[in-house]
Design a binder for this molecule. Structure first.
Ligand SMILES: [Zn+2]
Ligand SMILES: [Zn+2]
Length: 293
């Protein structure tokens, strides 16, 4: 796929909720946001590197990465992404903005790959990877301004984590909100007021019982976590309606790989609460602002 000059869009690279993949499943969470001439990676679940390349992104052009919270389905592949960008010719700095603790992951990743990194610096004349990556701790409020782009963060509700955030990327032509992983939180509607595109996480209520039966964990702790920490698709529709924005896209889908539940089940769950443009995310799906096709 190509990226044209002046394009603004979001590409959903990985759309399943949770870290496990199985035959037939989609990838854990990652997205690409192209806005104001910047190519921004939002979350780095397994598959993010391949997903970016499939979108036509040269990995050495990556300069800005956001991690919404420290669950592995959102940052497991951050190290491999940056290392692969480096082997693809990265020479300019990358800023990673994520919760406290993300830098520890990165330092440990560098240690785990020390033999390879030292070798490639010596043997191939590459710059030191450690010197190319800098970190900013993600906190609620205004995170960053860049040309005409403003990024703001809101703490969402995703227990037991505390440092877990929704993100809003606003510029004159495109205004996008990512809910992050969160329980149903009406405040997100205020945070997303008037946005062109709301990308919200979602669970399909009717499919959760069968999901638990398939996974077969010893007790009901996983089900309790899901109910406390994530949002039903119908409630995501309520948020979109209250926000009054243009387009709703669902990702971080739970479940994502049950052949008994498909797009129509998701649409049925959302439609009573949201009548606007709606996308049920699939890996590689691009969503443009409404005035552009
Ligand atoms: Zn997640
Ligand atoms: Zn999570």
């Amino acid at each position: 796929m190509k990226i044209l000059d002046n394009d603004n869009f979001v590409a959903l690279l990985g759309t399943k909720g949770g870290p496990a993949i199985r035959p037939g499943s989609t990838n854990p969470t990652s997205s690409l946001l192209v806005i104001d001439g910047l190519k921004i990676v939002v979350d780095c679940g397994l598959g993010v590197t391949r997903g970016l390349v499939n979108q036509g992104i040269g990995l050495k052009d990556i300069s800005l990465v956001f991690i919404t919270h420290l669950h592995s389905d959102h940052y497991l592949e951050l190290g491999p992404l940056l290392h692969t960008a480096w082997t693809a010719g990265l020479k300019t700095g990358v800023t990673v903005i994520g919760p406290k603790g993300i830098e520890d992951y990165w330092q440990a990743f560098l240690r785990s790959m020390k033999a390879d990194i030292d070798l490639r610096i010596d043997d191939e004349g590459r710059p030191d990877l450690a010197g190319l990556v800098s970190f900013q701790t993600l906190e609620a409020g205004e995170v960053r301004t860049d040309h005409s782009l403003t990024v703001t963060a809101m703490r969402n509700e995703h227990p037991p984590l505390v440092d877990t955030f929704a993100l809003r990327f606003s510029d004159s032509g495109f205004d996008v909100v990512f809910s992050g992983d969160t329980a149903y939180l009406p405040d997100i509607a205020d945070f997303a007021k008037g946005a062109d595109l709301l990308i919200h996480e979602a669970m399909l209520e009717s499919a959760l019982g069968p999901l638990m039966a398939r996974i077969g964990n010893a007790d009901d702790r996983l089900m309790k976590h899901l109910l406390l920490s994530h949002t039903m698709a119908g409630d995501a529709g309520k948020i979109a309606t209250a926000a009054g924005g243009g387009v709703l896209a669902l990702h971080h889908l739970i479940p994502s790989d049950d052949p008994d539940y498909g797009e129509n089940d998701w649409l049925e769950a959302v439609r009573p609460n949201w009548q606007g443009e709606l996308h049920i995310g699939t890996d590689g799906m691009r969503i443009y602002p409404k005035n552009k096709t």
